[in-house]
Design a protein around this ligand. Sequence first.
Ligand SMILES: NC(=O)c1ccc[n+]([C@@H]2O[C@H](COP(=O)([O-])OP(=O)(O)OC[C@H]3O[C@@H](n4cnc5c(N)ncnc54)[C@H](O)[C@@H]3O)[C@@H](O)[C@H]2O)c1
Ligand SMILES: [Zn+2]
Length: 659
Amino acid sequence: MIIKDRILELRKMINEANIAYHTEDKPLISDFEYDMMLKELNELEEQYPEYDDPNSPTKKIGGGILDEFQKHTHSTPMMSLGNVFNEEELRGFYNKVNKVVDNFSIVSELKIDGLAVSLIYEQGKFIKAATRGNGLVGEDVTQNVRTIKSLPLTLKEPIDIEVRGEIYMSHASFKKANVERLEQGLDLFANPRNAAAGTIRQLDSKVVAKRDLSIFLYAIVNAKQYVQTQEELLKYLKHLGFPVNPYFKVAKNADELISYISEYDDLRKTLPYDTDGIVVKVNELSLHEMIGYTAKSPKFATAYKFEAEKQETVIKGIAFQVGRTGVITPVAELEPVLISGSMVSRATLHNEDYVLGKDIRINDYVLVHKAGEIIPEVLSVNLDKRTNQEPFKMIDTCPVCGSHLERKSGEADYYCMNENCTGKNVFSLIHFASRVAMDIESLGEKVVLLLHDLTYLQTIPDIYKLHLYKDELMELPGFGKKKVENLLDAIEKSKTQTFDRFIFGLGIKHVGAKVAKLLLKHFPTIDDLMNASFEALIDIHEIGEQIASSVVQYFSNEKNIEMINELRSFGINMAYQVQTTKDHEFSGKTFVLTGTLESFSRDQASSIIEKLGGKVSSSVSSKTNYLLAGSDAGSKLRKAQDLGVYVMSEEEFKEKTNE
Ligand SMILES: NC(=O)c1ccc[n+]([C@@H]2O[C@H](COP(=O)([O-])OP(=O)(O)OC[C@H]3O[C@@H](n4cnc5c(N)ncnc54)[C@H](O)[C@@H]3O)[C@@H](O)[C@H]2O)c1
Ligand SMILES: [Zn+2]
């Protein structure tokens, strides 16, 4: 490609990324990819000044302005910062400054990953807040900023002052906001920065207040009126009552500055909010004007960017997940690898275009990072390690129901259009786990929806594979170690659930809880049931043609058999046992019956109790363990209540006896 075309291409891609990131708060590429493109463009423009353009993104601040907000013209521009990416480049920055001035020190501060705002105070009272926007003009977000709890609305001194800082969202608030978005069926925020920026540009201040934003201040407009150095400035802000990040350090020279980097990198991993680097600034304010500015940023300060953690691993396979809308997402199954403190064994591949664009193949060595806080993503392929991998091919039928997939025009995604696709139908999963079926505590509707949206759950067998993703689950919004352990325990426990609940949980048409039990009395194992003929089924007194044909149809579907065999391999109980004596809680207990039972005669109820090892007696005494009470119970009920005998309803009796 000729240089000029590359320059134009980079400008176009960067401009597009800027709009997605700054105006729509929805990044398309990683910050690292963005930074590398901008760096390449900067270098090309320096080398080939003949292609210079005052509108190049290297000379402009990337932010947009939403029409919904009043515009605010900044008293002095809000600038960006240059970037350096390693020690050598940081030394380069230091040396450049040193060519213009000497006898200076450097303040280093954490670079808080949020969005910049300018705040105006008059007579010590908060008056106005504005976003950076395009650097010259920003959005008036006063009402929203007012909701930030840690921001003082009145300062310790009644002065006129304009200060600048970073609004950010803590990890805890970020997770909370994303849980809410999931519940509302909205797209997740990609990371806390986008969540903070999206929130501050919300039209409804009440929503902003709920999101719990935070702020650190780090600059004063016309600071020399108040202080001499950046260090004094930070202390003065604190004195006025502003939140100031406590981790700043002053270095006398480049070596000292560089010695701080690894300390900061260790520190930041322990903080409850995101930082993406260190900002270094010449400490002496009187030197700033001498050192000067570029079109976009000061030359007396720069940002040292930490490298986001990336790890290399192998793609063992590519699975396809069906979303609630029917959208098909390819997911890379990885050789597990530790990234930013947790094991990652799967990563999203987004869609066909993404995979083909990066030419990602099974058995490739790839670089993986965590996009935002949540979803691991494959960044690139290590082509040096490629042997003879087959190119990726998108599937054309639904991995769950087998229907033909459609790619809508103008979209990168394929969809399963089958309305009855169980992959789309999260409700079949919700039903399976629910109290009335397998009764997997902790796997309620909300959790199923979340895990389905995040592609961990697709089909029933996926429930029993969740333990493979324990580490990843603990990182999810709204989850923690305890919650995940409870969930996995409950899933494990459900393997011994009674077989009739399992059959009911499968959601076979017309097979409710009662019918499931009835079927199993005649066909007590999964093999018996799978092999039951239509004739044998309708031979059962209460089973009609509708149920019989539905059962036969269900078990003649290859996909269902595969699924059941997979579940069987996980050790799920697939045999029906009428519980007998010793192990049943009725064993050795004395019952008295009273009132009218709806579903049984007294004789039937008595024989059930006896079969389970209990005794039935005719009068209530202190030796009675249970009074089974139907409707219109009379004196026996009163006596039982007086004696404190447990009164069991017919409902509970049915549940406990599985009848
Ligand atoms: N992923 C994408 O598509 C995409 C697109 C555009 C921009 N970006 C990201 O945004 C960056 C560009 O944005 P930018 O122009 O705001 O530059 P920047 O974020 O790299 O640096 C400038 C900003 O740093 C912030 N900051 C945080 N702590 C600070 C401190 N202690 N002192 C001073 N400033 C501090 C301020 O908001 C300031 O405006 C890129 O480097 C990239 O990482 C990503
Ligand atoms: Zn389907």
